[in-house]
Design a protein around this ligand. Structure first.
Ligand SMILES: [Zn+2]
Length: 264
């Protein structure tokens, strides 16, 4: 029965997001699929966490659309999220809800789910709010080096603070919903770590391209926003932004498991 409610809720949310142009067609189908699994198997607590991530990240990207104009071309995709982005951000969550279904007595599924969401939420908040930083970001691998806003691997004080807040929000909900308050600092720290790991990958091994027409570095491939074919300049070709997001969530979950088994 819960699976049916999950399916209905997922269709409703994905449909609204599609109509609001927050998701394209493939993104809406992917969200429907992930939503059904997470709402249907996990139940309302899991739904609250996932929806908090989804709603706040969508709202933030809309609120700061203006200050990002011209920046969008730097990111590999526009505002409409596709299936790759949906799975990159939430695919791991579906894995952890299955872990929870297999081991309902253990809190391992919930911790992994909350930590991976805290990490991708932290990363999204940092991306959306980081543009408000008054000075250009610094490269995470070399803080003396300033880079253009929107560059993968760039970090700033605003962005990092936003990341901490984004992670803390998910962590607070995860702790509140299970009345397990030690989860609050644990998940907050795990989410922040995941988002810093995301920046580290962006600065080092993420696939980066160059547009010969605009003479600009971009994540876009094969075509830039201007229609020119982009050229690979660094990073592993398979490691696109979707996989980096996935790794961000996975790193967050890993840190949470390590903290959970060593500190608690
Ligand atoms: Zn171009």
């Amino acid at each position: 029965m819960q699976l049916i409610y999950g399916f209905i809720l997922a269709i409703l949310i994905a449909g609204l997001a599609y109509r609001a142009h927050s998701l394209n067609k493939s993104g809406a189908i992917a969200a429907m699929f992930l939503g059904t699994i997470i709402f249907g198997i996990g139940g309302w607590q899991w739904a609250i966490l996932l929806l908090t991530f989804f709603i706040t990240s969508t709202a933030l990207s809309r609120a700061f659309k203006k200050s990002k104009q011209g920046l969008n071309e730097k990111y590999s995709k526009g505002n409409e999220r596709d299936a790759g982005q949906v799975f990159g951000n939430g695919g791991l969550g579906a894995v952890f809800v299955l872990v929870h279904a297999l081991y309902p007595e253990s809190n391992i599924g919930w911790i992994g789910f909350a930590a991976s969401l805290a990490a991708v939420n932290a990363d999204t908040w940092a991306t959306e709010l980081g543009v408000l930083n008054p000075t250009p970001p610094q490269m995470i691998t070399d803080l003396r080096k300033r880079v253009e806003k929107g560059t993968s691997g760039g970090v700033s004080l605003f962005g990092t603070f936003a990341s901490l807040l984004g992670s803390a929000l998910i962590a607070a909900l995860a702790a509140f919903l299970t009345d397990d308050w030690p989860l609050f600092p644990l998940i907050t720290l795990a989410g922040l770590s995941g988002s810093l790991f995301d920046s580290l990958l962006g600065a080092t091994v993420q696939a980066m391209y160059f547009c010969p027409t605009d003479k600009k570095e971009t994540e876009k491939h094969p075509l830039h926003t201007c229609g020119t074919e982009t050229v690979h300049i660094r990073g592993w070709k398979w490691l696109n932004n979707d996989w980096v997001n996935f790794a961000c969530g996975a790193f967050g979950a890993l840190v949470a498991f390590l903290l959970n088994s060593n500190i608690r």
